[in-house]
Write a protein that binds this ligand. Structure first.
Ligand code: ZN
Length: 208
């Protein structure tokens, strides 16, 4: 073999080694990436399972007394289009559409963390359960008398009456049919507030 032939072979070997090395680096990085994605996914599923269990344990009552439950309807509209973004709860409709007729009871034990008027929610109450999960009741016509922020609430306790308040300044009502908007939020404390679909949890305890 000539000297130039040898040099050619050496160059070729170096080239192949470099390609192999780069391949190894790419495979290594891919493994790290896949491992990261899988670990994050598992964490997410574990967290969702934990939250699911907490909600099931928290929600002892459907937010409407049993006696009135055949007079309401509700569907899964979580994420459905609304003027102000995606729908973050479940709307429990009064079939007779009469303001202040149907009592609203707390689904869970907890403490009243928010009570008062919201531009969209109207007269609303927010109750934080011991689990840290936040339960939001909106559009009420009135509150049960004497309720204030900081009050301890027991599951099944009357908190107000179903109405159509909201979408305006304090006192606005009748801009949409009478219903209770029931929302569930997690991670309120750390500021990463996240809406959970309340429909399946309502469905579980409806009429029983
Ligand atoms: Zn709603």
């Amino acid at each position: 073999m000539t000297a130039s032939g040898k040099r050619y072979n050496v160059k070729r070997m170096l080239f192949i080694s470099m390609i192999l090395f780069l391949e190894a680096v790419i495979i290594y990085l891919l493994i790290i990436l896949i491992n990261y994605i899988l670990t994050e996914r598992i964490k997410q599923v574990e967290n969702d399972t934990k939250i699911d269990k907490m909600i099931v344990e928290d929600m002892k009552y459907f937010p409407i007394p049993l006696k009135y439950q055949s007079e309401v309807t509700f569907d899964d509209t979580f994420g459905a289009y609304r003027n102000n973004g995606g729908h973050e709860g479940c709307d429990i409709m009064d079939v007779s559409n009469s303001e202040g007729r149907i009592p609203v009871i707390s689904s869970t034990d907890g403490v009243i963390t928010n009570i008062g008027w919201l531009y969209l929610g109207g007269y609303r109450i927010g109750i934080t359960a011991d689990s840290g999960i936040y339960y939001y009741y909106a559009h009420m016509s009135s509150y049960a008398s004497g309720l204030k922020a900081g009050d301890m609430i027991t599951a099944g306790q009357l908190i107000g009456f179903m109405g159509s308040t909201g979408e305006g300044n304090e006192g606005t009502s009748g801009r949409f049919p009478v219903h209770l908007h029931f929302g569930i939020y997690t991670a309120i404390k750390d500021g990463n507030e996240k809406a959970v679909n309340s429909y399946p949890y309502l469905k579980r305890i409806y009429l029983n």
